[in-house]
Design a protein around this ligand. Structure first.
Ligand code: F0G
Length: 368
């Protein structure tokens, strides 16, 4: 059967999309892998860049705002980008067990990729401060979980020490392969927009992701695949803002438990990204985070976790500094389903419970 030219284009572009098989395969020449590296993948990456007019309209000035919805990765967060690399390299090196400290997403991702690669995983988490969805994932993916009486920073100290003393590979973002995998998000943004954005707004916890994005933007810029570099705009929750305040925070607190971190391990790299990109770090309050979280849900149909909404909350907070006609990307790092408790407590929905199963009671409630 002969295809028309248009149909052929549609057919083959569709095929290309369906053939996506993970970011290592998509960006091999840019990553430290060889033919000997076993690729442990769940087809991560290739996440959508979505234009969000409700945010652009709140800023005006002819700006275009997009979100990089990385909550659509296989375990629901950007961590999968780094984990496909970290676990593939661990497997290549013959490692039999991995360990991480986590506020939840790293543990979910490490557990999933370790299982896929036939490796054992241990995760150390702050007891009582990990969102339910993330905990559920680590349980189902088969990690061995140690919930400690201490925060993330303490957990990270512990896993760093354990990985030095025992034959177990650390897969937190101090593992350089993590950032290598995560830099591919910058490549995807450049390919989608045809250039780098003017600003990249991103939440910061341990500050690995901002460092990875900066590396990715620089690599594509140096290879002439983009004509500019973005300003790196990093945001932290105000109760947990060591990079904004320039000091460690011993008791970080925020509703955005993913970024409840007082002593970011990638501090130096993140400060360098800020300085060399002429960027800026600012903080947002929990109520500003929730405001952005609700706007994304109600006006855009996008459900992200509170830590992710910090990027949009931050952009709205500094909107007076946004130049005319600029293109801005906010990174939505994790899926809203990760933290159902937050969703149930923070929404403006009309929710009638215990309604009689009769048309008349229902229409009465609906105001007909
Ligand atoms: N957003 C989400 C949803 C996260 O889970 C994290 C970090 C960040 C942002 C911050 O990224 O640390 O690279 O600056 N979560 C880690 C974890 C700490 O254990 O899951 P970062």
């Amino acid at each position: 059967m002969a295809f028309s030219k248009k149909l052929k284009q549609l057919f083959f572009s569709g095929q290309k999309k369906n053939n996506w098989n993970g970011l290592i395969n998509a960006y091999k020449p840019w990553l430290p892998v060889t033919n000997k590296t076993p690729i442990i993948s769940l087809n991560e990456g290739g996440t959508p860049l979505i234009e969000v007019n409700s945010i652009a309209n709140r800023i005006g000035k002819g700006v275009k705002v997009y979100v990089k919805y990385d909550g659509l990765n296989p375990t629901g967060s950007f961590k999968d980008r780094g984990m496909t690399m970290a676990i593939s390299k661990a497997k290549e090196d013959g490692c039999e067990a991995v360990i991480c400290a986590s506020t939840g997403n790293t543990s979910a991702s490490a557990a999933a990729y370790a299982s896929k690669g036939g490796i054992k995983s241990f995760v150390i988490i702050p007891d009582g401060y990990v969102a339910q969805g993330k905990l559920a994932q680590a349980l189902v993916y088969g990690a061995e979980i140690l919930a400690i009486k201490g925060n993330f920073d303490k957990a990270l100290d512990i896993v760093r020490e354990l990985s030095e003393k025992y034959p177990i590979t650390l897969v937190n973002s101090v593992n350089p392969y993590r950032l290598q995998g995560q830099k591919t998000a910058a490549f995807e943004i450049i390919e989608n927009l045809g250039n780098a954005p003017d600003w990249l707004c991103i939440p910061m916890g341990n500050a690995g992701n901002i460092s990875a994005y900066w590396m990715g933007f620089q690599e594509f810029f140096n290879a002439n695949k983009s004509k500019k570099l973005p300003r790196m705009m990093g945001f932290q929750a105000s109760g947990s803002a060591p990079l904004v305040e320039g000091r460690s925070i011993s008791n970080p607190e925020t509703i955005a438990t993913a970024i409840r971190i007082g002593n970011p391990v990638n501090k130096e790299k993140a400060l360098k990204a800020k300085e060399s990109s002429n960027g800026k770090f600012s903080s947002v309050t929990d109520s500003e985070i929730i405001e952005a979280y609700k706007i994304l849900g109600k006006e855009e149909g996008i459900f992200c976790e509170p830590a992710s909404a910090a990027s949009v909350a931050g952009l709205l907070k500094v909107k007076n500094d946004v130049p005319m006609n600029s293109t801005i990307v906010c990174v939505l790092t994790g899926n809203g389903l990760k933290d159902p408790d937050c969703a149930i407590k923070n929404n403006d929905a009309i929710f009638h419970t215990g309604v009689e199963a009769e048309i008349s009671s229902i229409t009465k409630k609906m105001g007909f």
